[in-house]
Design a protein around this ligand. Structure first.
Ligand SMILES: Cc1ncc(COP(=O)(O)O)c(C=O)c1O
Length: 338
C-alpha cells in the first residue's frame, strides 16, 4: 500500500524547516551539517511525537474514540503532545505517569496541567520503587481506566509510550521525503541522519524513509538515551519487519543502513553528562538553537564525538534531527544541570 493512502489527521505544520549549521561546522571542522527542526512543528510546543500522533489519532477517530489514555514519565514529551493533539481533536486525555507528582508543576508537567488533561495519575512511592512492580501498576491503572470509561459510555483509545512502532515508522518516513526534497533545491543529497533513540520508532521511520526516498544511500545513526544497542537493534528489526509487511514492500530493509550507539547515555536515562552539557552549550552559543538535556543534547554529543573522531568526510551532508523536548530543560530536576 502507498503510504499516502494510510489514514492520517493533520496535527503539525509540515514540512518543518531545515537549517544549515555553518558556525557549528566551522567550529568542529567537520562535514556539512543541517538541522531538521521538528521541534518547530506547531502544536503543544512541538516535537517528534506529532508525526506519529497523526496516524495514532486517525486510528482513534476511526474507532469512534471519545478519550485517549497514554503513559510516560512525569516529564514525558509524549504525554504533553498527546494531550495537545487530543485537545485539537476534541478528545479527553487520561495520563498515567511514572514518578512522584511534583509539588511545583514545571517543564512538561506544567504544560500537561495547562492543557488540562482530564485526569493525571502519578504512580510512584517507595512501595513501587521496583521497576517491574511499577510497570505492572501502570498496566493495571490503564486497564482500570479503560474499564471505568467504557462503563461511563466513553470509547477509550490506548496509545503506548512513544506511540506504536508502526505509527512512528509511517510518520517519520515522510520526514526523509521532506529532507530529500529540500536538499535537492541546493543540489545536495543527505549521506546520513542522526537522531536520539528512545522507543526507536522515530529511527525506524527514518530507516524506512531512507529506503523509500533516498535509495538506501542515507545512513541512519541512532544515539540511545536509555536502552542497550543490542536491545534496540532487535526492536528496530521487528519494527521494520512490521512496516514492510503493512506496506507490502517487496524488498527487505538492509540492517547495515542503521547504526545504534549506546555510549552516550551516561549513568542513566535523563542523567546529565559532561558531553551533553558541552553539546547543548555549543549549539546554543554557535547557532542560537536550544536543544534539550534528555534526548537531543545527548544525540548531539554523539554526533560531535563522531565528527571529532573523523567518522565523516568533509563533503558529507549530515542531517541532525531536532526531535524537540525543550520543555524538559525547565523541569525542576534539570535546574542544576547548566
Ligand atoms: C524529545 C524527544 N526526542 C527523541 C525521543 C525518542 O524518540 P523515539 O521514542 O521514537 O525513539 C523522544 C521520545 O520520548 C523525545 O521525547
Amino acid at each position: 500500500m502507498q503510504i499516502g493512502r494510510v489514514q492520517r489527521v493533520r496535527l503539525g505544520e509540515f514540512p518543518t524547516p531545515l537549517q544549515e549549521l555553518k558556525n557549528l561546522r566551522k567550529h568542529l571542522n567537520g562535514p556539512q551539517i543541517f538541522i531538521k527542526r521538528d521541534d518547530l512543528n506547531g502544536l503543544g510546543l512541538g516535537g517528534n511525537k506529532l508525526r506519529k500522533l497523526e496516524y495514532a489519532m486517525a486510528e482513534a477517530t476511526e474507532q469512534g474514540a471519545t478519550a485517549v489514555i497514554t503513559v510516560g514519565a512525569v516529564q514525558s514529551n509524549h504525554a504533553r503532545l498527546t494531550t495537545a493533539a487530543a485537545n485539537r481533536l476534541g478528545l479527553k486525555t487520561y495520563l498515567v505517569l511514572r514518578g512522584e507528582e511534583p509539588k511545583n508543576a514545571t517543564g512538561n508537567f506544567l504544560i500537561d496541567k495547562l492543557l488540562a488533561a482530564e485526569e493525571i495519575h502519578c504512580l510512584q512511592g517507595s512501595a513501587y520503587s521496583d521497576k517491574d512492580e511499577l510497570a505492572s501498576l501502570v498496566k493495571e491503572t490503564v486497564e482500570r481506566l479503560e474499564k471505568d470509561l467504557r462503563e461511563k459510555g466513553e470509547t477509550p483509545y490506548y496509545i503506548p509510550n512513544g506511540c506504536r512502532s508502526l505509527h512512528g515508522a509511517l510518520g517519520y518516513s515522510s520526514c526523509i521525503l521532506e529532507i530529500v526534497t529540500r536538499l535537492r533545491e541546493e543540489q545536495l543529497s543527505p549521506d546520513c541522519i542522526v537522531t536520539a533513540c528512545g522507543t526507536s520508532s522515530t529511527l525506524t521511520g527514518l530507516a524506512l524513509g531512507s529506503v523509500l526516498y533516498a535509495q538506501e544511500e542515507m545512513k541512519v545513526l541512532g544515539m540511545s538515551i536509555s536502552a542497550s544497542k543490542e536491545a534496540l537493534d532487535k526492536k528496530i528489526e521487528r519494527g521494520l519487519a512490521e512496516a514492510v509487511k503493512f506496506l507490502d514492500l517487496k524488498q527487505a530493509i538492509d540492517k547495515d543502513l542503521i547504526t545504534i550507539y549506546d555510549e552516550y547515555i551516561g549513568e542513566a536515562y535523563g542523567a546529565a553528562t559532561d558531553e551533553m552539557r558541552e553539546a547543548v552549550r555549543l549549539v546554543a552559543r554557535t547557532e542560537g538553537i536550544i536543544l534539550d538535556p534528555v534526548y537531543t543534547g545527548k544525540a548531539m554529543a554523539g554526533l560531535i564525538d563522531l565528527i571529532r573522531k573523523g567518522h565523516f568526510r568533509r563533503d558529507d551532508v549530515v542531517v541532525f534531527l531536532h526531535t524537540g523536548g525543550v520543555p524538559g530543560l525547565f523541569a525542576e530536576q534539570q535546574s542544576a544541570t547548566f
